[in-house]
Design a protein around this ligand. Structure first.
Ligand SMILES: Nc1ncnc2c1ncn2[C@@H]1O[C@H](COP(=O)(O)OP(=O)(O)OP(=O)(O)O)[C@@H](O)[C@H]1O
Ligand SMILES: [Mg+2]
Length: 284
């Protein structure tokens, strides 16, 4: 595995890799890798000969008062994990490489960014789409993999690719979970043992929605009520939003189908966690 931290180095390397006719897959991350990220690599490798992973804690997607300064980082460990999983090139730019002084242009999403994460984190998706757009330009991948845990992000990246006529495929990979249901997230490292247990209310609520659906319930309001009952058992979790939506633009639905998305965000102490399922699939 080669590590590249400047744009000219990255472009040179990508040009040489492509000269061999190889397909290139990009896996964008903020590092502190876990099995969820590595599953994105597995999927990328299935579909392309060459996998480029970026590790960049993107300041643009953090709001004021969010956890940019304390975000977990361990590049030495990330290198080992990425290489072992078959990443060929690791792009690790510094902030001044991605946003040199004078940088000011941003990618502004449409209304799909106004709900859920976008409502809770103003400017978040402009930050995400701006960095993803830069990475797409730098690597010009044939495909890029994103995790379903961040489903609104995946929907918006797809929308950007469509609206800006980008010739690449966006592959969305199912959420990787701990055995007890907790969705893997770099931010799980913030949780102490009590909070780790309390956080199970999120996946527990999703499981309750799935079970109600399997039992024949089709009213979104009834599924939401089943989720609230599970969440009420855990007062340490503050729910920020709980939504049931169609999968393409994430607009709310009253009557659910197997492909409906059930998503929620909550706080456990100072840690903000998100999770979602495709209703017919459950926790997987
Ligand atoms: N549990 C998971 N399963 C599958 N993909 C995941 C999972 N967690 C994150 N990803 C994906 O990994 C990519 C990089 O995400 P990122 O580096 O922000 O990790 P993260 O675990 O979401 O961290 P954090 O929750 O702190 O934001 C995104 O496409 C994200 O959806
Ligand atoms: Mg994330």
């Amino acid at each position: 595995m080669i590590e590249l931290s400047s744009i000219p180095e990255l472009r040179r390397w990508v040009r040489a890799a492509r000269a061999g006719g190889r397909r290139i897959a990009l896996v964008p991350t903020m590092g502190y890798l876990h099995e969820g990220h590595l599953r994105l690599v597995d999927e990328a490798r299935r579909r392309a000969e060459t996998v480029v992973m970026s590790v960049f804690v993107n300041p643009l997607q953090f709001g004021p008062g969010e956890d940019l300064a304390s975000y977990p980082r361990d590049l030495a460990r990330d290198r080992v994990l990425a290489e072992a999983r078959g990443v060929e090139a690791l792009f690790t730019p510094g902030e001044a490489v991605m946003y040199p002084p004078g940088s000011e242009i941003r990618v502004i999403p449409g209304p799909t960014a106004d709900r859920w994460e976008g409502a809770a984190r103003p400017g978040h998706f402009a930050g995400v789409l701006t960095v993803v757009a830069k990475l797409f330009h730098l690597v010009e991948p044939d495909l890029a993999t994103f995790g379903r845990k961040d489903i609104q992000q995946a929907v918006l990246v797809r929308q950007m690719v469509r609206d800006l006529d980008w010739p690449l495929e966006i592959v969305v990979v199912p959420t990787v979970r701990e055995a007890d249901g907790l969705a893997l997230s770099s931010r799980n490292t913030y949780l102490d043992a009590d909070q780790r247990r309390q956080a199970l209310a999120l996946s527990g609520a999703l499981r309750a929605a799935h079970e109600a659906f399997v039992a024949g319930e089709r009213r979104a309001s009834a599924l939401a009520a089943a989720m609230r009952r599970r969440l009420d058992l855990e007062p340490a979790v503050t729910v920020e939003y709980l939504a049931i939506a169609e999968p393409r633009g994430l607009a709310p639905v009253e009557t659910v189908e197997a492909d409906s998305v059930v998503a929620l965000a909550g706080r456990v102490g100072r840690t903000r966690l998100i999770d979602n399922i495709i209703l017919g699939e459950g926790l997987g």
